[in-house]
Design a protein around this ligand. Structure first.
Ligand SMILES: NC(=O)c1ccc[n+]([C@@H]2O[C@H](COP(=O)([O-])OP(=O)(O)OC[C@H]3O[C@@H](n4cnc5c(N)ncnc54)[C@H](OP(=O)(O)O)[C@@H]3O)[C@@H](O)[C@H]2O)c1
Length: 249
């Protein structure tokens, strides 16, 4: 099913940006997209939904809870056994916990998924990534994690109250820069990518997002497809967004 194809893993692929991204990537017959999901039940429904649209590429499911090391190591073992390489890793799974003054527990929950998860998963998969042709890592971040933008009183994110979320995406951004610095000589390209303000279930706010003018998450999926297709290669090592945007760290 996947022989000769580009092997791509998208975490948190059962909904929102991850789901649309899995579909957009599977539109290319040369791609095999692995949908990383923490609930196989939700994942199977998502997989059935995408297969019903008959994309030319292929899709499969992988149990993967990024907040759990056992799950990460089991997923890595399966990837190695099934494919022996990983061309593209899309670290998309995330949560958004919103209080301005988060508790220790809320900080932990946020960082487990948005920071420790992608860090441990990426480190575990480096041998498979460096064994591939693609060698791409896309960390789905947020403009809310930009310290340059957030410290500018004239910028719209300045007063945004999602403290834990913003800290987590700033930390993920630093992980993008360190990973790129450490691996670029082996041909690995890394981006922090802001998918824009789009309609998804993030923080249970689908309707509120739509009312506030959020765009379709297909716009985020298209931008991730552009990265995978090499259209943003010259921007490796930087923080980018949809519509060719460059975002300040
Ligand atoms: N929507 C926006 O406007 C926006 C803007 C900027 C950045 N982002 C980023 O985009 C990414 C995707 O979010 P979304 O908007 O598409 O929200 P979403 O629809 O809520 O999707 C989040 C996905 O992450 C999964 N997930 C959560 N915790 C996980 C874990 N521990 N292990 C594995 N998967 C886990 C969820 O799975 P379950 O269904 O099992 O919970 C879900 O599939 C996030 O990193 C988010 O920070 C979104």
């Amino acid at each position: 099913m996947a022989a000769g194809k580009q092997i791509i893993l998208v975490t948190g692929a059962n909904s929102g940006i991850g789901l649309d991204t899995a579909y957009y990537l599977a539109k290319a017959a040369s791609n095999h997209v692995i949908m990383g999901v923490r609930s196989l039940e939700k994942g199977q429904r998502a997989l059935d939904q995408l297969r019903a649209r008959k994309p030319p590429g292929t899709l499969s499911l992988l149990a993967l809870d990024v907040s759990n090391d056992e799950s990460i190591h089991a997923a890595a073992k399966k990837l190695e056994a099934d494919f022996g390489r990983l061309d593209v890793l899309v670290n998309n799974a995330g949560n958004q916990i919103q209080p301005r003054f988060p508790t220790r527990e809320q900080l932990r929950e946020t960082f487990e998924t948005n920071v420790y998860g992608p860090v441990i998963l990426t480190q575990t998969l480096i041998p498979l990534i460096t064994a591939s042709q693609g060698k791409k890592i896309i960390n789905v971040s947020s403009e809310l994690g930009s310290i340059t933008a957030g410290s500018n009183p004239d910028f719209y994110t300045h007063q945004n109250p999602f403290t834990a979320y913003r800290m987590s995406k700033a930390a993920l951004n630093m992980f993008s820069t360190t990973t790129y610095a450490h691996l670029k000589d082996q041909g690995v390209k890394v981006w922090s990518f802001c998918p824009g303000f789009v309609v998804t279930d993030l923080a249970g706010q689908r309707e509120g997002r739509a009312a506030m003018g959020a765009e379709s998450s297909e716009t985020s999926a298209q931008a991730i497809l552009d990265i995978v297709e090499g259209k943003r290669d010259a921007e490796a090592g930087t923080f980018i967004g949809r519509y060719d945007a460059q975002i300040p760290w």
